[in-house]
Design a binder for this molecule. Structure first.
Ligand code: TSJ
Length: 643
């Protein structure tokens, strides 16, 4: 990599600082993971956030109205804002234009001048210089109301001094960069990943307007574009979380508190479902591992609800207090705190550590939520009732469990009759294929390597009517074979250390019905065996879509792109389109989908499963409108598991 920077023009008297600069950026290129976490798709997308965060800061300072983010056709990125423009004046310490410092000095990113809530620790806010170092090229244009200033870099090394290339009466910053293929394993941006993150930022920073555009045409030659602008901030965020659910009270509850060095705001609304959906943020960073703000919130919510239930005699004296989990059933909630010198802890540095935050949030909820309850008794009673129902259901389930004393089918040691088990019991190697239908199941049983591959056919031949009302299948009875075969229990009893197979592979057709089955199973795992997904045991098998052949030459194509390439490789070939797994004979199924040496499998992460849960909610929900829209919009992507 050194050859990329040896030919840098060093034409001013600041050789020394220049050399330091390059040493700094070279360190970034040597160990990119230290600065952006990884060089996978995650790190790739992180580059965009690093740049956009600067424009968001400018908007928060009150100088920028709109931020445009565009994925160009070649997977380079442009970000444009209408702020004041990065300063171009010469900086005293370095003798360089401030903008050049921003792009070449580590940790100098737009945050000079102080003020605001700084981020410390973790991988956040590493700044524009890191993006510059990891980009094949980066160009910046600044409009200062008079001139358009321009500079370009390659892999962190400047190609030219900052120069004026035109006049303007506007102000703003434009950055165009292309992530370096020498650094990143993945170079293709995922529109939905950027959309989710930018939408989240738009919710967290009420009033900001972010426009995301994709200049890569989709299969219909269309370009996607979304405008993200929410005057309601996190209140609208909560409505968004509940968009496919049925809220049990109309008004979103909102409380906030401002202290000298911190602030906290919380928005919440209950729906008629059973899952808890709390998302927390510190300084606009998603704290997926939770932390003090979440702990404070949960403690106070439990207390406020119990106090209210006691005060108004909804809970009788001889009844036990409601548990925390009871008070969070069906809760959609956003917690957003800002704190100077935030401390991020945990494995992925997404757990807030500042101890003062627990007290601040706890006190705020104790005071303001109880006040809200007093002023809105109708809503308060709905919420307390909901928690009491949850508590009764929990108690009843526990009694039922205790009564059946391990005799329940869930814990029974008899394996399902249809399971073709494997001989090995070493979960490092074992896999179970959950296959839809008896015929595909038969092929899989014959094609497998029985030493480590088990096959569980599900549901025999499903009637079409049943498929359309697949929610009926979502009952223990129909999924019992899956539970017993995996052998680690379910719900709060699930013990991932007891699983009988290291890999749980969902194998279904590449069509809409197959997509339904995948969605159903993923949702089931997400709701009842979450650690199975969290620890990476769940996979989706990828059967080929086409067989391209001529004489003895055979190529299996897994995507339309593969098909194109295959047809170039074998001219005048015949094409067989596989409509289902059932069309493959056992050898073909082994060769294309089950052979660890050749197959393609997708590992499911929690985000995928969570999306499946959302899709499931829509597919099964009683709201017809979102369902139709959704199926029209996403049926394609569900098939491809681009969910
Ligand atoms: F990442 C980045 F640095 F390259 C970048 C910065 C990228 C993009 C797309 C925008 C920005 C950016 C920075 N937009 N707006 C600003 N604003 C400033 O840097 C700025 C301007 C004026 C003053 C001032 O005190 O007068 C202070 C700042 C931080």
């Amino acid at each position: 990599m050194a050859e990329n920077i040896t030919n840098v023009p060093v034409e001013n008297s600041y050789d020394e600082s220049n050399i330091q600069v390059l040493e700094g950026l070279e360190a970034v290129r040597k160990r990119p993971g230290m600065y952006i976490g990884s060089t996978t798709a995650r790190g790739l997308h992180h580059l965009v956030y690093e740049i956009v965060d600067n424009s968001i800061d400018e908007a928060l300072a009150g100088y920028c109205k709109e931020i445009q983010v565009t994925i160009k056709e070649d997977n380079s990125i442009t970000v444009r804002d209408d702020g004041r423009g990065i300063p171009v004046g010469i900086q005293a310490q370095t003798g360089l234009p401030a903008v050049e410092v921003v792009f070449t000095v580590l940790h100098a990113g737009g945050k000079f001048g102080g003020g605001g809530y700084k981020v410390s620790g973790g991988l956040h806010g590493v700044g524009a210089s890191v993006v510059n170092a990891l980009s094949e090229y980066l160009e910046v244009e600044i409009c200062d109301g008079k001139n358009v200033h321009y500079q370009k870099y390659e892999r962190g090394a400047k190609l030219n001094e900052l120069k004026v290339i035109g006049d303007t009466d506007r102000t703003g910053t434009f950055v165009h960069f292309k992530p370096d293929h020498l650094i990143f394993e993945e170079l293709v941006f995922d529109y939905n990943v950027l959309l989710t993150r930018l939408r989240e930022q738009a919710f967290l920073n009420a009033g900001i307007r972010i426009v995301l555009k994709d200049e890569r045409p989709d299969e219909n030659g269309k370009f996607r574009e979304d405008v993200l602008h929410y005057e309601g901030g996190i209140k609208e965020f909560v409505q968004y979380l509940n968009r496919n659910k049925t809220p049990i009270h109309e008004e979103v509850i909102y409380v906030n508190a401002v202290r000298e060095n911190s602030e906290a705001e919380i928005a919440m609304q209950y729906n008629d479902g059973y899952t808890e959906n709390i998302e927390s943020f510190a300084n606009n960073i998603n704290t997926t591992e939770g932390g003090t703000h979440e702990t404070g919130f949960k403690a106070a919510l439990t207390k406020v609800i119990n106090d209210y239930a006691r005060k108004y005699k909804m809970l009788k004296e001889n009844e036990e207090n409601l548990k925390g989990e009871d008070t969070r059933e069906g809760l959609a909630c956003i917690i957003s705190v800002k704190v100077t010198e935030a401390q991020f802890e945990g494995q992925t540095k997404t757990k807030l550590g500042n101890s003062e935050m627990r007290t601040i949030v706890e006190k705020m909820i104790n005071e303001k939520l109880s006040e809200f309850f007093e002023e809105n008794p109708v809503i308060a009673k709905i919420i307390v009732e909901k928690a009491m129902t949850a508590s009764r259901a929990r108690e009843a389930a526990k009694r039922a469990r205790d009564n059946t004393r391990r005799k329940s089918a869930l814990e029974s040691s008899t394996l399902p009759g249809k399971l073709a088990d494997c001989s090995s019991r070493d979960t490092e190697f074992t896999e179970i294929y959950i296959v839809e239908g008896d015929s595909a199941g038969g092929s899989a049983k014959q094609g497998r390597d029985r030493r480590f591959q088990a096959i569980l056919p599900l549901w025999g031949k499903m009637l079409n009517v049943e498929k359309s009302r697949i929610d009926k299948v979502f009952s223990n009875e129909k999924l019992l074979p899956v539970i017993t075969a995996i052998g680690a229990g379910i719900g709060s009893d699930f013990d991932v250390s007891k699983i009988r197979y290291g890999k749980v592979v969902i194998m279904a057709d590449a069509d809409v019905d197959g997509a339904h089955i995948r969605t159903l199973l993923l949702t089931f795992f997400f709701r009842y065996m979450e650690p199975l997904i969290r620890e990476g045991h769940v996979y989706i098998a990828q059967p080929p879509l086409y067989k391209v052949y001529k004489g003895k030459k055979v190529i299996y194509a897994y995507t339309d792109e593969d098909l194109k390439n295959a047809l170039e490789e074998i001219p005048e070939a015949s094409i067989q389109r596989y409509k289902g797994l059932g069309e493959m004979n056992p050898e073909q199924l082994w060769e294309t989908t089950m052979d660890p040496e050749k197959r393609i499998m997708l590992r499911v992460d929690l985000e995928d499963a969570k999306r499946a849960d959302e899709i499931f909610t829509i597919l099964m929900g009683d709201k017809v409108e979102p369902r139709r829209e959704f199926i029209e919009e996403h049926s394609k992507s569900v098939v491809n598991l681009d969910i």
